[in-house]
Design a protein. Structure first.
Length: 214
């Protein structure tokens, strides 16, 4: 991890670059290969390809939101160690962004047209969580990742058993989300109030339904 002490202007420029890469370019990924590449493609009906493609579009948008959340939280984090953890998790989540986009293309689908809107909203929520304090920001990560795990379970259940290419991506994403939740919890993440959790689920449901179609 780069230990350079960036100025506020440096961080603003880096944040702008990350935003553009997330929405319109290719964000930097880790050394990990796409887990779906090891699995053979299978014959799917047009309806199955369309449905799975839309599920992966939802997951891609979810990762766009994750990038925005982490970036907003890192920007407002008080402790340098917390900021470093958030930035590392965001870097790992870029893998998910790339894997989902690749699978969408293989299925003949497209990314959501609403991604800039969801990014802006998620960045605002992440910034607000960071301003509330590092323990609440980390708690927000824990709850977000838990909800994403539930969401991924729902999608895995909808993917045909022989489509190992898609399932391998979703299963690895779920493992990563669980790890990020554990890291945030160990770092001191606070348990969020129930109304906040319910509000997060409501926003997630709105995003899911909108992105499936648009």
């Amino acid at each position: 991890m780069n230990t350079r002490d960036y100025s506020p202007i440096d961080r603003a420029l880096i944040g702008m670059d990350r935003t553009l890469r997330t929405l319109f370019g290719r964000p930097p990924v880790t050394e990990r290969a796409n887990p779906g590449k090891a699995e053979a493609e299978v014959d799917l009906t047009d309806q199955e390809r369309r449905h799975i493609g839309r599920l992966m579009r939802i997951n891609h948008t979810g990762e766009v939101c994750a990038q925005a959340l982490y970036q907003g939280q890192a920007l407002t984090a008080r402790d340098a160690a917390v900021r470093e953890r958030l930035e590392r998790s965001a870097h790992e989540e870029n893998d998910h962004l790339a894997w989902c986009e690749e699978r969408i293309k293989e299925l003949g689908g497209r990314k959501s047209l609403l991604n800039p809107l969801w990014y802006a909203g998620s960045f605002a929520m992440g910034s607000a969580a960071g301003l509330a304090g590092d323990q609440w920001s980390l708690g927000f990560v824990v709850e977000t990742e838990r909800q994403v795990e539930d969401h991924l379970d729902e999608h895995i259940a909808q993917v045909p058993g022989d489509d190992r290419r898609t399932r391998a991506i979703l299963e690895q994403m779920k493992l990563d989300e669980s790890h990020h939740a554990q890291v945030a919890q160990i770092a001191g993440g606070a348990e969020l109030p129930e109304p906040v959790k319910l509000a997060m689920r409501a926003v997630s449901k709105l995003m899911t339904h909108g992105t499936y179609w648009v």
